[in-house]
Design a protein. Structure first.
Length: 1010
């Protein structure tokens, strides 16, 4: 029914080039006039449609109210979707820049411009948030991301202030690189800052405030901290906070902001000590502002208080402070002359110091933020740079700051034109379409007027600043008049014609910027450009106990011989550097417009907007974009949309998309001059051609729907869903990818948490990690088990949690291997091993020859008789003459027998064997000590046996005599017969011999290798 049709149209409406509210892309305007432009903008603004494209440029109008278009659902919607498939949005631009970067693997920047309060900073934050949410990111990177997000509140606290135009006005220019790795993860960031408006520290216009941080500290600072810094909780107490007479503003909650800033400082890794120093510098500026002077009888300035807090915070003594603030030290040859200040001069010096301290602190802070966001990994990154820089400014009175800011905008405009033309030209080239030159206003002449070496305004200003003698702002103006008199973009009171002269003061000069005329008042130019601190006060401040201050000032151009670069020159070179940075990247633009001066939602001041449209160069851009062909689309996209208009392409075109498009536009009657076929895109010269096509499409769609509806109820919905699915497909893909990554992030997060808590008992954080570790370890173990029992080194080192398990497993495994091994050995071998074991228990570590014996002895195999348990050849030594006799010693169940050729010569029953002695050395001597009361026995039995260990082991098994065996160090004493003793002595020599020594002992000489 009706509702379905409505939904159908609404849904399609979002896809059409012509939105139902005005048009979504200015490129498709019928005429490129200011009026048409503004009318479209107004129309859309009235329906809260604040975004409109000019091609890929995004125009944004500050709604001055919260719109529900920045939620996660919206972010999802724009992810991975073609630029022109959805209504214009800042997310679409952010997403397209991101995807282009990923697919083309190149660098990009997004230039956000617009006047104060137009929404630049908000736009840059929305982009950052979009990347934070939509880019894949791992836990480790989350910290980088947090730091990037958190750098904002810190920099805003120190660099933003309430002005008449904006309650949160950025008083510095900012360029921030977001670095992405090849996966598209945001892995690091870097900030460049430009020209902080330091004069605000000491002076604020009525209705304006100093930088937020001062109020945050005073209003939100903890009691203890304030006490420590010697501050009172009252902004009215501080001269630097009260000039604008609006310390408290309803739109600003300093106390909450204080908490945010403190938290952010921690996230960006600024430690406790530095945080204290940081607030110390902020407090010292406040104290400095309250320093007063009296004059003595000669009109010389003197400190009228002792300024204890200030001295304490700066860490300088009273005398030095007094001298630094009230005298200038002039070094003339070898002498030093102290030149006293008047009160005014002293105040000037005091303010200069306050500005310098604050400015240096700001730089210090940016450096710290950069350190914390730095990505130290050297692999290739691509970046998206965000440039949030002051827009063109025109006040009632314009000073040095406006001169710098407007020069900056002039440069950016130049870059913008160059890049836009370049991009256009490149696209034509890439598509093989002839380039048709575009007329545009080249603002190089104005840039040169300002920046040209030796001839530009900045050079002349520097010359005046450096010139000895009494150069003043007015002499600077005279120089300008001399040198610029014929320049078409420069005019002063003196140079002007009668009419113009009426609009100029004598101290003014006027520049004709690309965006319009601006009249600058020269007062203060020299001074602000010099930005000088006298050397003696700089030296003083270098002594500061506050590390931030002393560090910053001692690294400041300390070479006293050379003058530091002037402010304008520094600014100029930083802008040139910025231009280089930007030129190397692909450009995306956001142009912010401010609908009214009163920060009101829903109010569109056409005159105000027209002015901005002009100086933002929007019409210029539009003209360039439309100069050749207003509209261009990929063949696939064009065909997909318009194929129902031609029977040959509907419902399917089987050939190449380009051919399909050719057939289609022929069918539609496009004239040859109206379009061109590029390599991948169709180019349509006039929007009206496209409109005709679009109208035909609307009609056709409607007819189709009606026809289908008549035929099949519900088919229409199929049609709708089919279209919807096609459109959303890429979005779905992108979301899927993100979800997949989100899932991965979750797993990795869990993994890391598990890793960190792996040492703890099993809990919810680490259980999955531990399971993973377990499985991983077991798998590893499985593939790397020791293969033999002897292998004691192959065993995977377990993770701490598995140490116990691993030990159990190791034991089990060895037992298993042992069991297998044992089962595989023969009974003989087994007996042998058992013997070995016994031998070792008797001799290991006691007898010298044991280790060799272990090695040689396993191959021996002994024959067993039924009765005879064991037999071994021995040499028996007679007791008296120690004559050697070869014998067999045979062990039976009860006794040892000495046998000579089958005759038993002697039997020693085990019961009478009271001891067995061997030496600790390498010899085969064994002495049986036999109880002499037994009549038949004749004293000790002395033998030598080559397989001593085996023999004794057998003996100890059979006779159960292991305890009887003694390993003797030195001589072995024995009884030859009752009461008569003798001994075996041991010595060493080259040849082993055994003989009866003179002392009647048996001497055994072992061979000891030399
Ligand atoms: N998209 C938006 N939605 C809602 N409010 C907005 C939006 N953009 C800007 N604003 C409002 O406008 C105010 C000023 O915006 P913002 O601070 O971004 O301006 P700016 O262009 O950075 O100005 P300046 O040059 O002074 O720094 C914001 O504080 C906010 O209240
Ligand atoms: Mg801003």
């Amino acid at each position: 029914g009706g509702e379905g049709a409505e939904g159908f149209l609404a849904m399609e409406g979002a896809l059409t080039a012509r939105d139902r509210v005005g048009i979504q892309d200015f490129v498709l305007l019928d005429e490129t006039t200011d009026a048409a432009f503004l009318s479209n903008l107004t129309k859309r603004f009235s329906k809260d449609l604040i975004y409109t494209y000019i091609g890929t440029l995004l125009v944004s109008v500050n709604p001055y109210k919260e719109l529900d278009i920045y939620n996660n659902k919206q972010m999802d919607l724009y992810m991975g979707v073609n630029f022109f498939e959805l209504p214009p949005h800042i997310y679409a631009l952010a997403d397209n820049a991101y995807h282009t970067m990923l697919t083309e693997f190149n660098n990009h920047f997004i230039l956000i411009s617009g006047e104060s309060g137009a929404g630049k900073t908000e736009a840059s934050k929305k982009i950052l948030q979009y990347y934070a949410v939509s880019c894949p990111s791992t836990t480790l990177l989350n910290t980088v991301r947090d730091k990037m997000l958190m750098s904002n509140p810190v920099l805003e606290a120190f660099g933003n202030a309430k002005t008449l135009k904006n309650d949160n006005s950025s008083r510095f220019g900012k360029y921030m690189d977001i670095q992405f790795d090849s996966q598209g993860d945001a892995v690091g960031g870097h900030i460049l800052n430009y020209l902080l408006e330091k004069s605000r520290v000491v002076h604020q216009n009525h209705g304006e405030r100093n930088f937020h941080i001062f109020y945050q500290l005073v209003e939100g600072g903890e009691e203890g901290l304030l006490h420590q810094l010697g501050l009172e909780r009252d902004c009215q107490h501080y001269d630097y906070l009260t000039q604008g007479e609006c310390a408290i503003v309803s739109s600003i909650n300093d106390r909450n902001d204080w908490k945010t800033v403190k938290n952010a400082l921690q996230i960006i890794n600024i430690d406790e000590i530095n945080i204290n120093h940081l607030f110390g510098t902020v407090a010292s500026v406040l104290h400095l502002g309250n320093v007063r002077f009296d004059s003595d009888s000669k009109g010389r300035a003197q400190l009228n208080e002792n300024n204890a807090e200030l001295r304490w915070l700066l860490g300088v003594d009273a005398h030095s402070l007094q001298e630094g603030l009230t005298y200038r030290k002039i070094e003339a040859k070898k002498d030093q002359v102290l030149s006293p200040f008047t009160i005014d001069h002293a105040i000037y010096v005091r303010d200069a110091l306050a500005k310098a301290i604050y400015g240096q602190t700001f730089t210090w802070l940016v450096n710290r933020i950069n350190e914390s966001m730095e990505n130290k990994d050297l692999s290739r990154k691509n970046v998206i740079g965000l440039l949030d820089i002051y827009g063109f400014e025109v006040f009632y009175v314009n000073s040095f700051e406006q001169f710098c800011i407007n020069y900056c905008n002039e440069k950016l405009q130049q870059l913008f034109i160059q890049l836009t033309l370049k991009a256009e030209q490149e696209e034509y080239e890439a598509e093989d379409i002839e380039w048709e030159p575009v007329q545009f206003f080249n603002n190089k002449i104005i840039c040169d007027l300002v920046e040209e070496k030796h001839r530009g305004i900045i050079s002349i200003l520097d010359e005046e600043c450096l010139r000895p003698g009494d150069a003043t702002d007015l002499t600077f103006l005279e120089r300008l008049e001399e040198r610029m008199s014929n320049h078409p973009h420069f005019v002063t009171h003196k140079l002007a014609d009668k009419m113009t002269r009426k609009t100029l003061e004598r101290g003014d000069f006027r520049l004709l910027h690309y965006a319009g005329e601006v009249t600058y008042c020269v007062v203060g130019f020299l001074d602000k450009n010099n930005d000088l601190l006298y050397k003696n006060i700089k030296d003083l401040i270098c002594q500061s106990k506050n590390a931030i201050i002393s560090e910053s000032f001692s690294t400041m151009d300390s070479d006293s011989m050379r003058r530091p670069e002037t402010v304008a020159t520094q600014f100029k070179s930083s802008l040139l550097k910025l231009t280089d940075i930007l030129m190397a990247k692909d450009a995306w633009y956001i142009r912010c417009l401010k609908p009214n001066e009163s920060k009101q939602p829903g109010h569109f001041d056409e005159a105000l907007v027209r002015h901005q449209v002009k100086y933002l160069g929007l019409m210029e851009h539009l003209r360039v974009r439309r100069a050749g062909f207003a509209y261009r689309r990929k063949y696939e996209v064009f065909l997909k949309r318009y194929k129902p208009l031609c029977p040959a392409t509907w419902p399917h075109w089987r050939g190449l998309p380009a051919d399909g498009v050719e057939v289609l536009v022929q069918h539609l009657g496009y004239l040859p001059d109206e379009y061109k076929m590029g390599r991948t895109k169709i180019f349509i010269r006039h929007p009206r051609t496209l409109y005709a096509t679009e109208d035909a499409f609307e009609k056709c769609k409607h007819d189709l729907a009606t026809r289908l509806q008549a035929k099949y109820k519900g088919y229409k919905f199929l049609f709708i869903s089919a279209t919807k699915i096609e459109t959303c497909w890429r979005g779905v893909q992108a979301r899927k990818e993100r979800d997949r990554r989100a899932w991965a992030v979750k797993v990795i997060k869990k993994f890391i948490k598990g890793y960190m808590t792996r040492g703890q008992a099993k809990n919810t954080d680490n259980s999955e990690y531990l399971a993973f570790v377990r499985q991983n370890y077991l798998n590893r173990l499985k593939g790397n088990l020791p293969k033999t029992v002897l292998d004691k080194t192959t065993w995977q080192t377990p993770p701490a949690v598995l140490a116990e398990t691993s030990e159990i497993l190791r034991k089990l495994h060895y037992r298993l291997m042992v069991r297998k091994y044992v089962r595989g050995i023969t009974p003989q071998k087994k007996a042998q091993f058992q013997m070995k074991l016994l031998t070792s228990s008797i001799f290991k570590g006691k007898k010298e020859s044991y280790p060799q014996s272990v090695q040689i002895h396993s191959h021996q195999c002994t024959v067993f008789f039924l009765l005879v348990q064991y037999g071994v050849p021995v040499i028996k030594y007679d007791r008296n003459g120690f004559k050697p006799r070869p014998r067999q010693l045979v062990l039976t169940q009860r006794a040892a027998h000495v046998i000579e050729e089958a005759n038993i010569k002697q039997t020693v029953p085990y019961t009478s064997l009271k001891g067995i002695s061997v030496s600790n050395l390498t010899d085969g001597i064994v002495v049986f000590h036999i109880a002499c009361e037994v009549p038949k026995q004749k004293g000790a039995l002395i033998m030598q046996c080559d397989t001593l260990f085996e023999f004794l082991t057998k003996l100890s098994i059979i006779a159960n005599k292991q305890n009887a065996i003694q390993v003797v160090h030195g001589s072995i004493q024995f009884e030859i017969q009752a009461g008569k003793e003798s001994a075996v002595d041991f010595s060493s020599g080259q040849e082993p011999t055994v003989y009866k020594a003179k002392n009647g002992h048996l001497m055994v000489v072992r061979r000891v290798p030399l």
